[in-house]
Design a protein around this ligand. Structure first.
Ligand code: BTN
Length: 241
């Protein structure tokens, strides 16, 4: 595994996508600062300062790859939970891949983007942001979301390099197994860590809002919503509001 260290970059995902041709499978692009970090649905990912984590993992297709592609962000969010637990906090996953503390304060997000060459998948860029060291006033100023950082949760600073290495160890420990078995490999653990099931939810799906009771997650990591008129919706993209 190769780690490329950058001082400042627009976005580690943009960097990874534009260099993907020359980067091999399992390369990590890690930046100390990001000026144009992006999240899902093109939201801004705020740079809360130098001791926070901004990195992207480049994954290149293998025989098994295409079937796990849609679930890689869920796999990454579970790996994040496992590392965060070592610091004594209780992380939970908000479908599909937001990592929340006590189910309500967002600490980490994952954005995966595919790079195509014609009709062929050239690679996948899995971008991860983790708030490790931030000022309370800075997190409170982030609009629309309740956000936290690990130092605010545990009352002491967090070593960014140590956290990154712990995460990479955790992510790659079971990655080959995950490639072989897909979402089924993590399904039970993902459900255990979820904070959205058995609740009435509103989910933004593109320009529509779908409402219903979150009754489960299927073998593909999709959210099963039971609507008021007893229909079952199967969602593979969306944002729980
Ligand atoms: C989300 O919660 O919407 C996903 C946030 C992903 C942010 C990370 S930070 C590193 C990488 N570079 C980006 O521009 N985005 C991801």
């Amino acid at each position: 595994m190769k780690v490329i260290k950058l001082e400042t970059v627009d976005s580690t995902n943009i960097y990874a996508k534009s260099h993907i041709e020359n980067l091999c499978d399992r390369t990590i692009v890690h930046a100390l600062r990001q000026s144009k970090g992006r999240g899902r649905f093109n939201r801004v990912w705020v740079d809360l300062g130098e001791n926070n984590l901004f990195f992207s993992i480049i994954l290149k297709p293998s025989k098994e790859f295409s079937s796990v592609c849609p679930n890689i962000t869920q796999y990454a969010s579970l790996s994040l939970c496992h590392v965060l637990e070592k610091y004594g906090v209780s992380p939970k996953i908000k479908w599909p891949n937001d990592v929340m503390i006590d189910g309500e304060r967002k600490i980490s997000g994952v954005l995966s983007e595919t790079v195509m060459q014609g009709r062929e998948l050239q690679g996948l860029v899995v971008g991860i942001g983790v708030n490790l060291n931030a000022n309370k006033s800075d997190v409170e100023n982030i609009p629309d979301r309740i956000v936290t950082a690990l130092n605010l949760e545990i009352g002491k600073p967090v070593n960014m390099e140590v956290f990154l290495n712990e995460f990479l160890d955790e992510f790659f420990k079971n990655y080959d197994e995950f490639l072989k078995s897909g979402f089924q490999f993590i399904k039970n653990e993902y459900i255990k860590k979820s904070c959205f099931l058995n609740k009435d939810l509103k989910v933004q799906v593109l320009s529509e809002i779908k409402s219903g009771f979150a009754k489960g997650i299927n073998d593909y990591g999709e959210l099963l919503l039971q609507t008021e008129n007893n229909k079952e919706l199967v969602l593979n993209i969306g944002d729980i509001l």
